[in-house]
Design a protein around this ligand. Structure first.
Ligand SMILES: [Zn+2]
Length: 114
């Protein structure tokens, strides 16, 4: 964890609260995804409410909230993908930023139409 801006996120039912610091590694406004360094995101509250999505087809491991079924994140190596909707305050920017193209591919979204 480093100094700098920090962000609060969470699921619809507020069972899970997330805390992130710094800047996302990338963002994709069309997919509605943010990618973070794993070290920069932590579960501030509700770790026990996280369950693995057994039927997730993509690379990595997906977790959702047990109560509202909202996707919380997909963990792959040292990167986590989170739905942008969890983070009302992060990035007004709707476009690509950072390493979005390679991250998108890495997390199995590579076939998205241009
Ligand atoms: Zn929830």
């Amino acid at each position: 964890m480093s100094n700098g801006p920090y962000w609060q996120g969470g699921c619809d039912c507020e069972s899970v609260e997330l805390l992130a610091v710094g800047t996302p590694l990338g963002a994709d406004g069309r997919l509605g995804c943010l990618w973070w360094c794993e070290d920069d995101v932590q579960v501030a509250f509700g770790l026990g409410a996280l369950v693995v999505e057994a039927d997730y087809q993509g690379p990595g491991q997906a977790w959702r909230c047990r109560s509202c079924a909202r996707r919380i994140w997909v963990a792959l190596d040292d990167i986590v993908e989170t739905p942008q909707a969890l983070w009302p305050e992060v990035l007004g920017d709707e476009g690509d930023s950072g390493d979005s193209a390679s991250l998108r591919e890495r997390f199995g979204h590579g076939c998205l139409a241009p």
